[in-house]
Design a protein around this ligand. Structure first.
Ligand SMILES: [Zn+2]
Ligand SMILES: [Zn+2]
Length: 325
């Protein structure tokens, strides 16, 4: 999927010819021949639409809206932060980590795209609170399993950072919650989503779905080659489009990179391995190795490890019982 985007961009600049095999390999050229928006011309494979495909593909380091992170005292450029992640990592008041050193963000100017930081030695870190929503745009595949209904398709994600929490480093206790006014971001991507056949009891429903979502996101990089930071998720006790309690796991990169599709295809083993992880994690009520997520937009609330373990175990067992019947 990454290659498809690159091929479109290349073909939009100059038609692709046999010589481009040096850049894209044999597989890339074979893939190019199958793309419906590339058309064979005497000059080679040309991009046929009138738009500019490169504008739809972000290359992490060169995204035009990236923030520069600058140390105020020295003027040293510490690094850049991708535009999509800037609201979460370099907002005013954020504790920003760079090469193992902590910095406090003093100001973040959205017009100049510069965040000024200063070395920091306080006993807290920060985590943003985010409002998110998902809308199913196109359902591409569906599977009905004994323990859950499962879908794969395109969704639109809306995210807005609404504040940040300061937490003490020593014991992770919350200190306070500070409101932020940030713009809403919207992007289209691919997702796998499921609705359990037998949802957990109402008192623990959201905690179970949310904890299951985090644990599944933590485990997915073992099945799809990716970083957990590339994956997003959302749990709801009632999604207006499925009409049921639903868990979404989506590609964090606009357009998708094949991660959600892997989750859809390998769902049974994904669920089973996540259920095993929850059963085997020695913590009592959840820890960063199982259900807590460092980038949770809900500040890891609510999470119910036991109910999540029971939910995933039930989906796994229902599948096995049906398989053996
Ligand atoms: Zn744990
Ligand atoms: Zn979360």
């Amino acid at each position: 999927m990454v290659l498809e985007g690159h091929l479109r961009c290349a073909a939009a600049e100059l038609p692709l010819t046999a010589g481009d095999e040096a850049h894209f390999g044999e597989r890339g050229m074979a893939l190019a021949a199958t793309l419906p928006d590339l058309i064979a011309t005497p000059a080679g494979l040309a991009y046929r639409a009138a738009d500019h495909p490169a504008a739809r593909i972000s290359l992490r380091s060169s995204s035009p809206d990236a923030f520069a992170v600058v140390e105020r005292e020295t003027g040293t450029l510490l690094g850049t932060v991708d535009g999509a992640r800037a609201d979460s990592t370099v907002h005013e008041g954020a504790v920003y980590l760079h090469m193992g050193e902590q910095y406090l963000v003093e100001s973040a100017d959205s017009a100049t795209r510069v965040a000024l930081v200063t070395p920091f030695r306080g006993d807290w870190y920060t985590q943003v609170k985010r409002h998110s929503a998902t809308v199913v745009v196109a359902e591409r595949q569906a599977r009905r399993l004994p323990g859950a209904d499962l879908w794969f398709g395109e969704i639109e994600v809306t995210e807005q950072v609404v504040g940040y929490q300061r937490r003490r480093l020593s014991d992770h206790r919350p200190i306070d919650l500070v409101a932020l006014e940030m713009p809403e971001h919207r992007f289209a991507t691919e997702a796998v989503w499921f609705a359990p056949a037998e949802p957990p009891p109402r008192e623990v429903l959201l905690g179970a779905l949310h904890a299951a979502e985090h644990a599944m996101i933590g485990l997915l990089p073992l099945l799809a080659i990716c970083d957990r930071g590339d994956i997003g998720g959302l749990s709801t006790d009632m999604h207006p489009q499925t009409g049921r309690p639903t868990v979404f796991v989506y590609d964090g990169h606009p357009g998708g990179a094949g991660i959600a599709l892997r989750g859809f295809e390998l769902f049974e083993s994904w669920v089973q391995r996540t259920a095993d992880l929850l059963r085997d994690c020695p913590c009592e009520a959840g820890c960063p190795s199982c259900v807590q997520s460092p980038k949770c937009g809900n500040l890891n609330e609510p999470l119910h490890k036991g109910a999540a373990a029971a939910l995933l175990h039930a989906i796994d067992q229902a599948g096995r019982a049906a398989g053996h019947a």
